[in-house]
Design a protein. Structure first.
Lengths: 680, 532
């Protein structure tokens, strides 16, 4: 079903609702005092200090990692803005998102120069990375079903095990609540792109429930310019004119059900169920000849994901003073790729089914010992991953992990030392120890100093081990990737600083030494093979901050500098931009009645190949938007149903830059989106 | 209070949403991300992409070469008189246009999804080069003097059926075209088998017979072009199913024959109505080389044999991925006047490399590389002058039914030494991808894709020795490293030397600077090597 058709159906439905609302408007209002206007001044925005996760962590989210550099993105911060999950995550310092196209097209994440399969992505604490390929496509994540995104940069190996060399992203879905609420959104934009969602929370039959649906569709037929090439300073001819992305339609449906219930004083039972399905065309790169620049007219893909998670959260009431949770989870992923007429090779019909089944036990206890307080954590995780691949057979792998962490609080909590250790036993790879030490110093109420050092590793995935199809081979003898990470930095937050409010600043330096990086490379004239390459180092600086001035103007920005080096060649790792910065300006009153925002994102030069000879030039992209809360407009106050009705327009890539990422796939030019968000 | 306001507040956003989907966005015309490529070596010119398909010197234009680039398909002229080679002021590099053959239908379009993938280039005159392309099978007419494509009159005799050449003009007509489609119907002999031993009658994949009256198929994987005896000869490998496996299917190979009149204005080319295709004696013809001797014109066909990829052996630490020769290779000999395949030189499981034969200046010996080993194979061409104009079946020039022309074959190849720190044998045991004779001396230069080396071998032709030349007359001289070997720890360094040619003329007399030029696959480079 095309995006256009979804749009017409949903738009028609909403129009009917609007008409019904207008009919209700025509009904005389009952006698009584007029509705009071919205509260005049909600106060200054929440202090944007670098977040430190303390106290109880919502079960299913990333377990305590108090010393890691973590960014928590509340999705409500982007209320009204037509932004996707890849775009929102890409706004975070230290994070680079590589896109293979526009909305709905695949995106992959890199944290502090990692590869995409070196980032663990969790959905309410359940790993989304499959044992087959490792990387998670962020475009498959429905934005409106999320409550927040937690991005831990450089940490998480102790809590999650293998693959967290770059860090961990925990996607937290809408929480079940006993308080009824309804949120509905609808977005329409360029290229017949439509998106709609409905999320309902509230009590039901004694349970707290959150249920939601999000649908997406796009024709994806955006226009682009052919890539320009320059060789040794000499421009080479490029196809002239404007081309259209073909076979790039995409549809996605996602559904969420979360149910929770307190079981007396002892704990809480929780069930999460998440389902998504995507399908669409795969045009591929535009590096070929012909009228369509080699885009595929026939390649199609479909994907289905289901994540089920049952957990019991134990409250701190036992004689031992323990709290914790026990959970069972299951994840199913199916990916189909079909191409009847590939440019090279035989017709393709791949069907890969990945499953993961496991359980996890976390226990925590607070123990005072003399002048110190200890928050001790213990955990056990068992997991089995299966792959049934039509291309290269069936495989499975068992993983068992046990971990322990002690947060030692000294000096009345001003100094926290966090040693942690994990042991993972992975079938076929034996055991690995992952020690970690972190420190957090709070010398002043508004200042935090952090430092971490950690060992992390990544077991080769099934594609890297066993792939065997035409011109690509895996190597079953691969060694795991092995890394040492260290970082050091500070964060400060001031409620007020003269005329400025909500001033915050975070800075960090990081270093990673990684060995045995796995890369597919040509090892015979005919075949690409997964290989362990040599050592590489990654180091860099992150700087992020924000403030609010005059009650109307908000400024945020971040800058990441990244240097990488392959030890053998002295050349940079490909695919990582050497620098990125984001500057954002928000203008509007504190009550959020109206907000105009604009941002500039700069991406520096990106080396494309290991030989360092091919690079993508630097670029700057501008996005702007206007958000209007109709419920706060004086003329309409009291007439607009619900607590808020946001109406917005967003223009991305305002200057219509021809953007190409490291993989050199074309991306859309200027895109316009309108969005309506209603909350009750 | 008016209710129009609140209704408008709700309906207006909805209306905007309906409009939004019809709001086209931009087209990326506001500025470009440029892909910049720099050469890592002062001797080399960077090319636009990896794995450049081929290059060739332009006769009569000193120091001028044309390079075929892979993605996007394009042609780049270079002046190799400078170090590194430079793009000249004129002619300019140019892209293959969307309608490469000028038939009014753009390739790679909704109407015609296939698009040409460049395979190689053969410069046959100062103003003409033939570039071969697969997928949308064709031979492209390149103006080697001014750049761009040349128009030829392509005619099809009325005796052909439409299905014989579906992308050429209707039989009985002609049209101006800038490329010659090689989707030609091949009719193998009755009872012909494919490389797996299955009858062609039952194993032709998918599209079925182009001639409904007999087992037949459209040519595919256009691999080489040569001009001889007033004809254009085009080899097609005819790969069927199973590419990239240990046992791919090759259908009987073919050499397509076209009448060629370069003196006409415009030049004229037409499928030969009597012999439109010659089926080779072995599978997988990968190139054609024009050769003249004793007043006769021949076309020597490099028939590589079916080549598969070794399966990985789970019990070994290496990843086996070498090429394996599945069937015998040969050099087929076609009389360019009678258009008959008059002889074949069997070379065993040699897995001949996919290039033009290297022939010494005296025309005595032809040398080929191997795609499966670090070998050179050679045949003695002196026997060709005594061949009959017609022979059915073709003479086998191994001493059985014809004179012995085998110098080196798979049973007794010329072995080039391996590099001490070379590629692992299990994955890359050798691939002598580029072979060329020095213009002025009987010295062979051969590149090895796996080890990244350049070998020099002298050939003693003194004294008019009898055929076949003795193996002892080939003397290994030197081995030098020109790139890194194909190993897991060399990622990022230039690797994979392939096609090579020596600059026409006498070094130090006709030109100064490098005399040997070779393509490097990763990254795409054209490098000049000073042999002194």
């Amino acid at each position: 079903m095309s995006g256009d058709r979804i749009g017409r159906l949903a738009g028609g439905g909403l129009a009917l609702c609007a008409i019904s609302a207008c009919v209700a408007c025509a009904t005389p209002a009952p006698a009584g005092p007029p509705p009071s206007p919205a509260s005049a001044d909600p106060g200054p925005p929440e202090l944007q200090t670098p977040p430190v996760v303390v106290g109880a962590v919502e079960p299913g989210t990333l377990p305590e990692d108090p010393t890691a550099f973590t960014t928590v993105v509340e999705m409500d911060e982007y209320a009204g803005e037509a932004r996707t999950v890849p775009e929102i995550v890409g706004d975070t310092v230290g994070v680079q998102v590589r896109s293979f196209g526009g909305p709905g097209d695949p995106s992959e994440i890199s944290i502090r120069g990692s590869s995409p399969n070196q980032v663990v992505v969790l959905l309410d604490g359940v790993r989304l990375n499959t044992a087959q390929s490792g990387a998670v496509d962020l475009s498959t994540i429905p934005r409106d079903l999320l409550e927040r995104i937690e991005i831990s940069r450089g940490g998480g190996s102790v809590q999650t095990g293998s693959d967290a060399i770059g860090g961990v992203v925990n996607l937290v879905t809408r929480s079940p609540s006993g308080r009824p609420s309804t949120a509905a959104t609808f977005t329409g934009g360029s290229w017949s792109t439509y998106e709609g969602s409905l999320v309902q929370t509230g009590p039901l039959a004694g349970f707290e429930v959150a249920a939601g649906y999000q649908g997406f569709g796009t024709d994806g037929d955006w226009r682009f310019q052919a890539a320009e090439r320059e060789v040794d300073g000499v421009p080479l001819p490029s196809p002239q004119g404007t081309f259209t992305r073909v076979n790039n339609d995409r549809q996605a449906h996602s559904a969420l059900l979360r149910v929770a219930r307190d079981t007396g004083d002892f704990g809480r039972l929780r069930l999460n169920e998440f389902f998504s399905h995507q399908s669409g065309g795969v045009p591929g790169p535009d590096s070929g000849g012909g009228e369509l620049l080699g885009q595929s007219l026939t390649a199609r893909s479909r994907g289905t994901r289901n994540v089920a998670d049952l957990a019991y959260e134990l409250a701190d009431v036992t004689p031992l003073g323990l709290s914790g949770d026990v959970r069972l989870f299951h994840r199913y992923d199916r990916r189909r790729f079909e191409d009847e007429e590939p440019r090279l090779g035989a017709p393709v019909d791949s069907d890969d089914r990945n499953q993961s089944l496991g359980g996890r036990l976390d226990a925590r206890r607070s123990v005072p010992l003399g002048p110190s307080e200890h928050l001790a954590s213990l955990g056990l995780e068992l997991r089995e991953d299966w792959l049934a691949s039509s291309d290269f057979g069936d495989f499975d792998r068992r993983v068992a992990g046990v971990f322990a962490q002690d947060e030692v609080r000294l000096l009345d909590g001003q100094l926290r030392l966090v040693p942690a250790l994990r042991y993972d036993a992975t079938q076929g790879f034996g055991g690995e120890w992952m020690p970690r030490f972190g420190a957090l110093l709070l010398p002043l109420p508004w200042l935090r100093l952090r430092a971490n050092v950690e060992r992390s590793y990544r077991v080769p995935n099934f594609d890297e081990l066993y792939f065997d199809e035409e011109f690509v081979r895996g190597d079953p003898n691969l060694e795991p990737e092995d890394a040492i990470d260290a970082d050091l930095g500070f964060g400060l937050g001031l409620d007020r600083a003269g005329p400025l409010r909500g001033v915050w600043l975070e800075a960090a330096g990081f270093y990673r030494d990684i060995k045995n990086s796995i890369v597919f490379q040509q090892l015979s004239p005919f075949v690409l093979v997964a290989t362990n390459t040599g050592a590489a180092t990654v180091w860099g600086v992150e700087l992020a901050g924000g403030l609010r001035a005059l009650g109307w103007v908000g400024f945020t920005g971040n800058w990441t500098r990244l240097d990488t080096e392959v030890e053998r060649t002295g050349l940079p790792l490909p695919g990582r931009a050497q620098s990125e910065y984001l500057l954002r300006l928000d203008v509007g009153p504190d009550d959020g009645a109206i907000r105009i925002w604009g941002q500039r994102r700069f991406t520096g030069e990106i080396p494309v190949t290991f030989d360092g000879g091919t690079r993508v030039g630097a670029r700057a992209v501008y996005d702007v938007g206007l958000v209007l809360d109709l419920s706060r407009v004086a003329l309409l106050r009291g007439w607009v149903p619900g607590t808020s009705l946001l109406s917005s327009v967003t223009a991305t890539n305002v200057t219509d830059q021809s953007v190409r990422d490291a993989k050199f796939f074309p991306q859309p030019g200027r895109t316009l989106s309108f969005r309506v968000e209603w909350r009750q | 209070m008016s209710r129009a306001g609140p209704c408008l507040a709700v309906l207006l956003p909805l209306a905007l949403l309906q409009v939004a989907g019809r709001c086209g966005g931009g087209s990326g015309s506001g500025g470009q991300s440029v892909r910049e490529v720099r050469s890592p070596d002062v001797r080399c010119a960077a090319l636009g992409d990896e794995f450049p398909p081929g290059f060739g010197f332009v006769p009569g234009a000193p120091g001028r070469v044309w390079v075929a680039d892979f993605a996007p398909p394009s042609f780049v002229p270079l002046d190799v008189s400078s170090v590194p080679p430079q793009v000249p002021a004129a002619p300019s590099p140019f892209l293959l246009p969307p309608d490469s053959d000028g038939d009014g239908i753009a390739e790679g379009s909704f109407q015609l999804p296939l698009s040409p993938i460049l395979d190689g280039i053969a410069v046959v005159a100062s103003d003409l080069a033939f570039a071969t392309a697969s997928s949308y099978e064709e031979v492209i007419f390149v103006d080697a003097q001014r750049g761009g494509l040349r128009s030829f009159e392509v005619a099809v005799d009325a005796s052909f059926a439409r299905a014989d050449n579906p992308q050429l003009p209707v039989p009985g007509t002609s049209a101006l075209r800038t490329a010659l489609s090689t989707f030609a119907c091949v009719r193998p002999p009755a009872g012909a088998l494919d490389s797996r031993g299955d009858p062609v009658a039952t194993s032709v994949p998918q599209r079925g017979f182009c001639d409904p009256t007999q087992p037949s198929y459209l040519a595919s994987f256009t691999s080489g072009a040569a001009v001889a005896g007033g004809h254009l000869f085009v080899s097609t490998s005819n790969l069927g199913n199973g590419a990239g496996t240990s046992n791919p299917q090759f259908l009987p190979g073919s050499v397509l024959v076209y009448d060629l009149d370069l003196a006409a204005t415009p030049p004229r080319v037409a499928p030969n109505p009597d012999v439109p295709a010659i089926v080779t004696t072995a599978f997988n013809p990968t190139h054609v080389t024009a050769f003249s001797a004793a007043g006769r014109d021949f076309v020597l066909v490099t028939v590589s044999g079916a080549i598969g990829i070794a399966e990985d052996q789970p019990g070994t630490p290496e990843i086996e991925s070498a090429g394996i020769a599945l069937t015998d290779a040969a050099i087929d000999v076609i009389d360019a006047r009678t258009l008959e395949l008059v002889a074949t030189v069997p070379l065993g499981r040699a897995g001949l490399a996919f290039g033009r034969l290297a022939i010494d200046a005296s025309g005595r010996v032809a040398v080929a590389g191997s795609a499966v080993a670090r070998w050179l194979l050679a045949v003695d061409l002196s026997v060709l002058s005594g061949l009959p104009a017609s022979a059915a079946p073709p003479l086998v020039l191994d001493g059985s039914s014809g004179p012995d022309a085998v110098v080196f074959d798979a049973a007794a190849p010329f072995q080039i030494p391996a590099r001490p720190d070379g590629a692992p044998a299990a994955s890359c045991p050798g691939f002598t991808a580029g072979v060329a004779f020095a213009p002025a001396a009987p010295r062979i230069h051969a590149s090895d894709y796996c080890d990244g080396t350049l070998a020099a071998i002298d050939v003693d032709l003194a004294g008019s020795p009898p055929a076949p030349l003795a193996a002892a007359r080939f003397d290994f001289v030197s081995l030098s490293a020109v790139t890194a070997a194909l190993r897991s720890d060399t990622l990022g360094r230039p690797r994979g030397p392939s096609a090579l040619e020596l600059r026409p003329g006498i070094p130090g007399v006709d030109f100064s600077g490098p005399e040997l030029f070779l393509l490097v696959s990763q990254p795409g480079l054209l490098c000049g090597i000073d042999l002194e």
